[in-house]
Design a protein around this ligand. Structure first.
Ligand code: HEM
Length: 388
C-alpha cells in the first residue's frame, strides 16, 4: 500500500452507500456488485468492505492491517480473559515477528508434498462415504458426503486413529460454534471441548516424542530453525488452529462445488471424462463460488491509502468474493468454466499476504480428489435448495 500525505478524506466522510444486511443474499450480492462499479469501498454495519481485486490484495499484504480473528469472541460479547488471551496467541491472530516465527517453523509441515502423501487416504475416505449411500441410490451430498469428509483427513494428518474420529467431530463442532451468533451461550461447551482437545493433543505429543511417525505432530515436533523450536503450548495451539481453519472451510467448499456443478451438468460431465482438469476445476470453483467470502482486518495505526484516511481501529472486510469476480482481472467473470485460461493472478479464496491459508495445499488435494471421485461415481447431482 502506498501512503499519501496530501489532505486525505476520512473514510467516514465518503459518499458511499451502506449494505443493508436485512436484504436477502441475492439482493445483497446485486447491491454490492452495483456499488463496486462506482467505488472500491462500500460501507457495512461493522466497517467497510473492499470490493476490487487490487485493493483486496493490497490490504491483505499491508502489515498495518491486523487480523481481527482474535476480536471475534469479543464481538460476540465474550469477556472471559483467559479465553480471549488464548485466541490472541493463535497463528490466525498473531502479527509481526511472532507470526513470522510461527510460519517459519510450521511451513514445511504443510508443504504440497506432505499433502500429496494423504491423497490415497482421501480417496479411501470419499469412496467409503459414497459406498455408504450408494445402495439407497440417493444421498444428501452436503450432509452425507461433504460434512463428514474433512475430520478423518485432519485426524490422519495429525496421526489420530479412526477410533477417535467421533471425538474430533464433536470437539470441532463445539469449537467452531465460536463463530455462531449465540457463541456466548455456548462458551462452557466450547471451553470444555477445547480443554479435552488440548489434553488429547498433549498426550499425542508425548507419544510422538518417544515414537516418531510420519504425521503432522511428529513433523511439528521436529521443526527447528536456527535452534528455535515450538513449545508444547504452541504445538497444542497449532492443532487448535488446524481444526478451526481446516474443517468447516473444506466441507463448505466441497458443498459449494457440488451445488455449482449441479447447476452446470456439462462441466460435471467434462470433469468426469477428463479428471486431469481437477486442479484447474478446483481453482475455478473457488473463484466462482468461494466458501470464504471475506475476512476482517483492523487498522493497527492510522492508515492512509489511496488518499483515504482510516483511523486506528477501523474495521475493513476485504471481499474475496467480489475480488474473484473483478472484470479487470478475470475475463467474463460471471461464466463458470473449468477450462478457463489462467488469469495470471490467483483466485483469492485462500486469502493473500502473511495469513495466506497455510493448509491450501492440503485443501486443494482434498477438493481435487473428492471432485474427481464424485463426478465419476455420481453421474447426476441435483440441487434441491439454493446454496448461499
Ligand atoms: C477450502 C478450504 C479452505 C479455505 C477456503 C481456507 C481459507 C483460508 C483463508 C481465507 C485464510 C486467511 C484468513 C485471513 O487472512 O484472515 C486461511 C488461513 C488459514 N488456514 Fe485455511 N482454508 C481452507 C482449508 C484449510 C485447511 C485444510 C487447513 C489446515 C489443515 C487450513 C489452515 C489454515 C490456517 C492455520 C490459517 C491461518 C494462517 C495464518 O494466519 O498464518 N485451512 N484459510
Amino acid at each position: 500500500m502506498t501512503t499519501e500525505t496530501s489532505r486525505p478524506t476520512s473514510v467516514f466522510e465518503l459518499d458511499i452507500p451502506t449494505i443493508d444486511v436485512t436484504l436477502d443474499h441475492e439482493e445483497i450480492v446485486a447491491f454490492t456488485r452495483t456499488a463496486a462499479k462506482n467505488h472500491w469501498l462500500v460501507r457495512n454495519p461493522m466497517g467497510f468492505s473492499i470490493l476490487h481485486y487490487d485493493d483486496v490484495v493490497a490490504s491483505l499484504r499491508d502489515k498495518r492491517w491486523h487480523s481481527a480473528v482474535a476480536k471475534i469472541p469479543e464481538m460476540r460479547g465474550i469477556t472471559d480473559q483467559e479465553f480471549l488471551e488464548r485466541d490472541r496467541e493463535s497463528i490466525l491472530a498473531t502479527e509481526g515477528e511472532a507470526h513470522t516465527r510461527l510460519r517459519r517453523l510450521v511451513g514445511k509441515s504443510f508443504s504440497p508434498r506432505a499433502a500429496d502423501r494423504l491423497r490415497p487416504f482421501m480417496r479411501e475416505v470419499i469412496n467409503d462415504l459414497v459406498d455408504s449411500v450408494a445402495a439407497g441410490g440417493k444421498a444428501d451430498i452436503a450432509i452425507d458426503i461433504c460434512e463428514p469428509y474433512p475430520i478423518p483427513i485432519i485426524c490422519e494428518l495429525l496421526g489420530a486413529p479412526k477410533n477417535d474420529w467421533q471425538l474430533f467431530s464433536r470437539w470441532a463442532e463445539a469449537i467452531l460454534s465460536i463463530f455462531n451468533d449465540d457463541a456466548i451461550e455456548r462458551l462452557d461447551t466450547i471451553k470444555q471441548a477445547q480443554s479435552e482437545l488440548d489434553e488429547y493433543t498433549r498426550s499425542l505429543i508425548a507419544d510422538r516424542r518417544n515414537d516418531p511417525r510420519e504425521d503432522l505432530i511428529t513433523s511439528l515436533i521436529a521443526a527447528e530453525e536456527e535452534g528455535d523450536r515450538l513449545s508444547t503450548d504452541e504445538l497444542v495451539m497449532m492443532v487448535n488452529a488446524v481444526i478451526i481453519a481446516g474443517t468447516d472451510t473444506t466441507r463448505n467448499q466441497l458443498g459449494c462445488a457440488v451445488g455449482l456443478f449441479a447447476e452446470h451438468p456439462d462441466q460435471w460431465a467434462l470433469l468426469a471424462e477428463q479428471p486431469e482438469l481437477a486442479p484447474q476445476a478446483v481453482e475455478e470453483v473457488m473463484r466462482y463460488f468461494g466458501a470464504v467470502r471475506n475476512t476482517v482486518r483492523f487498522a493497527s495505526e492510522d492508515i492512509v491509502y489511496r488518499n483515504i484516511f482510516f483511523p486506528k481501529g477501523t474495521l475493513i472486510m476485504p471481499s474475496m468474493v467480489m475480488a474473484n469476480r473483478d472484470p479487470s482481472v478475470f475475463s467474463d467473470p460471471g461464466t463458470f468454466d473449468i477450462t478457463r485460461e489462467p488469469a495470471g493472478q490467483p483466485q483469492l479464496t485462500f486469502g493473500s499476504g502473511i495469513h495466506y491459508c497455510i493448509g491450501a495445499a492440503l485443501a486443494r488435494a482434498e477438493l481435487q480428489e473428492a471432485q474427481v471421485i464424485l463426478t465419476q461415481r455420481m453421474p447426476k447431482p441435483a440441487v434441491d435448495d439454493a446454496i448461499e
